[in-house]
Ligand binder design. Sequence first.
Ligand code: PLP
Length: 427
Amino acid sequence: MTSHNQQLFDESQKIIPGGVNSPVRAFKSVGGTPLFFKRGKGACVWDADDKRYIDYVNSWGPMIVGHCHPEVVKAVQDAAAEGLGFGAPTASELEIAELLCKILPSLEMVRLVSSGTEATMTAIRLARGFTGRSRILKFEGCYHGHSDGLLVKAGSGALTFGQPSSSGVPAEIAALTTVLDYNDAAGLEKAFAEYGDEIAALIVEPVAGNMNLILPRREFLDAMRKLCTKHGAVLILDEVMSGFRVGLQGAHGYFGIKPDLITLGKVMGGGLPAAAFGGRRDIMQCLAPLGAVYQAGTLSGNPVAVAAGLTTLKLVQAPGFYERLTKIAKDMTEGIAASAKKHGIPFSSQSIGSMFGLYFSEKVPTSYAEVMACDKEAFNRFFHAMLAEGVYLAPSAFEAGFVSAAHSDADIAATIAAADKVFAAWK
Ligand SMILES: *Cc1c(COP(=O)(O)O)cnc(C)c1O
């Protein structure tokens, strides 16, 4: 009997490019047939063949209170019953804007959009409008959505000019982006020394979660803040993933670094399409209709999405919420690493808040090059073996994992036991 997953994938490939609506879902990196999910509840998801998995992808981050949290579902149903959208201001937009500014003191003003890609794209336009400069700095391995100027890799030879990392991105646009090494404070100093007066913005994931999990070095964070201030560049901390994940105040709150602008998404939409960018009032006032930088969105601040986000943001403020997530992420990653060690497998792990990284390398990587040097084949084997044991990890060695408040201690123990079984049979 062919599986329903396989049938759905076969049919999807006929009319959806690659059978998926976002590339990493296709399992290209790990091989095999992607799972089609039909249901989620708490820490678990069920695929089209009714197999149950403990879920550590959590919709790539948003599901921090677990799937189908009753309060989130109720808020969404209530909002939907009042109207799916108006394309006009609503009181709930004001409520979530006030809540975001209250939780995150770095936000003096905020604007809602529908995706992280929109948030970062507009933050960059805003930084350019504010400074009157064109060049942006980003770091290899950081992902900031799929707008042209951000799908750029380091140019060979010339330090300054980036090259498109996707077909369809004009070289002329990529050339305005300079790509540097994450965690390399000296490289950053050098770039600012050479062309600091051209730089509109530096954009960075303050905790990198799109090249597995890489933590920032203190001197790297400090150099960013110092150099942006000195050269009049806008520091954009992309917290689309790390916001409300690393802790209530995101990575910038955790590390105590002051951004000029931040971008938010994922958790703040509670599973529906809501995202935001905001920060310094003098910069945000450059935005239309107040200022000359244009940005708009038919579905921006959609009341149903805002209801999901607002309710999620209320739940994450519960006392002890992040303490427990931090503990279970640590317990799980340490448990898996201990099992690997027992079986003599080169492996390491780390976590911060509710985000975690698993690495098939002796040492926890601290740079893009070190992540790339991890044993990808070993990860792919591990991924499929864990899947067979009913544990759903991100289908790529280069993605961070997430725990949710719905993961029970028993789920964590079951996950460690699954890994132990997989490693015992490793050879
Ligand atoms: C997911 C992500 C984005 C893009 O968000 P979308 O909602 O997928 O457009 C941008 N930046 C970071 C750090 C992300 O993790």
